[in-house]
Every structure is written in structure tokens, then in C-alpha cells.
Design a protein around this ligand. Structure first.
Ligand code: NAG
Ligand code: NAG
Length: 167
């Protein structure tokens, strides 16, 4: 005997099953999206380069940061946080990481950009190791999804070098 309650229950079960299948498919399609972002950073100028009275080196740079992060955006992407770090080795530390610039990208429309900027955060070494120093500029990002796990990755750009003398 099929009562009203039985049919309502069957309908609900069917609806929940369909929903579960759709969610699984959506999450799978999000995981299948392999982003292929690109980034390029030019050091346009060294504004100044000094040793501070406390003995730490500090440099001011003007950068042109350009990136195309559009492929990171799927239906499930809330926003992307990016930061650009100078990374270099010193006798004391195998990795020194100094954040120079960051930004929040709210949508795919804003994910292809270039920006001409002086470093937003100070580039200071814990010592006087920066003269003639080779360094990498690494663009790190954190993809914040609407549902599911946060995802982080980076692009390393190599071959930068600071001047041999203070200026
Ligand atoms: C910055 O880089 C972008 C892309 O490479 C380029 O189109 C733009 O002209 C550059 N801007 C400056 C000020 O160099
Ligand atoms: C720059 O990155 C390359 C590749 O990841 C790495 O081999 C190299 O040690 C890095 N250089 C510095 C100065 O950190």
C-alpha cells in the first residue's frame, strides 16, 4: 500500500540522491580544473639602497608585476590572495623570504593584470647581505574556495640581482 507519506519519502530520497550526484560531479569538475597561471615581474628601478644605522640593509624597488591568474577561477572560487616575495640565501639562513607586495583578486575579470608599484612592504635584510645578492621573486597564491579546501601554490621567477654598491 503506497501511502502519501511513503511517496513523499521516496521523492525526497530521489531528490537527495540527485543532489549528492550533482555535488560530487561539481567537486570533481573543480578538482579536474588544472590552472595554468603565468606571472612576470620586472625590476624597473632601484630607488635607493642603504645600510641602516642598525647595520641592516634596506632596498627600495619599483616593480612591474604582471600576471594572468584567470585559469584559477572556477564556479567554486571565492577569491585569490596573492603575494610576491623576494627569496634569497644568506650564511645564516638557507631561505630568507621578504614579502614585497600582495593583493586580493576578487574575480576572474580582475585576474589578468599588471601593476607598476614600489614595494608595498619594506625589503630589509637581517644583516648586511644584500649587496650583489642574487634573489628570486616568487608569486605565491592561496585560492579560497566557496566550499572545500584552500589551495596554495607559487611561481618562482629566478635571475634577479641587487647592485654591488649602496646608492
Ligand atoms: C608592465 O608589464 C606589462 C606586461 O608585460 C606591459 O604591458 C606594461 O607596459 C609594463 N608596464 C611598465 C610601466 O613597464
Ligand atoms: C631560486 O629558485 C631556484 C629554483 O627553485 C632555486 O634552485 C634557487 O636556489 C633559488 N635561488 C635563490 C637565491 O634562492
Amino acid at each position: 500500500m503506497h501511502s502519501f507519506g511513503y511517496r513523499a519519502n521516496a521523492l525526497l530520497t530521489f531528490a537527495v540522491t540527485i543532489l549528492a550526484i550533482l555535488c560530487a560531479f561539481a567537486s570533481l569538475s573543480d578538482n579536474l580544473n588544472v590552472p595554468n597561471p603565468s606571472a612576470h615581474v620586472q625590476v624597473l628601478s632601484i630607488n635607493w639602497f642603504q645600510k641602516q644605522p642598525n647595520g641592516n640593509d634596506e632596498v627600495s624597488l619599483t616593480l612591474n608585476v604582471s600576471a594572468d591568474l584567470q585559469s584559477m577561477f572556477t564556479w567554486n572560487t571565492k577569491q585569490v590572495f596573492v603575494f610576491l616575495a623576494a627569496e634569497y640565501e644568506t650564511p645564516q639562513n638557507s631561505l630568507n623570504q621578504v614579502s614585497l607586495w600582495d593583493g586580493i583578486i576578487p574575480s576572474k575579470e580582475h585576474a589578468k593584470f599588471w601593476t607598476h608599484t614600489a614595494n608595498k612592504y619594506r625589503f630589509i635584510d637581517q644583516g648586511s647581505n644584500l649587496r650583489g645578492k642574487e634573489f628570486n621573486l616568487t608569486l605565491h597564491w592561496h585560492v579560497m574556495p566557496k566550499t572545500g579546501k584552500m589551495f596554495a601554490d607559487k611561481i618562482v621567477m629566478t635571475g634577479y640581482r641587487l647592485p654591488d654598491e649602496y646608492r
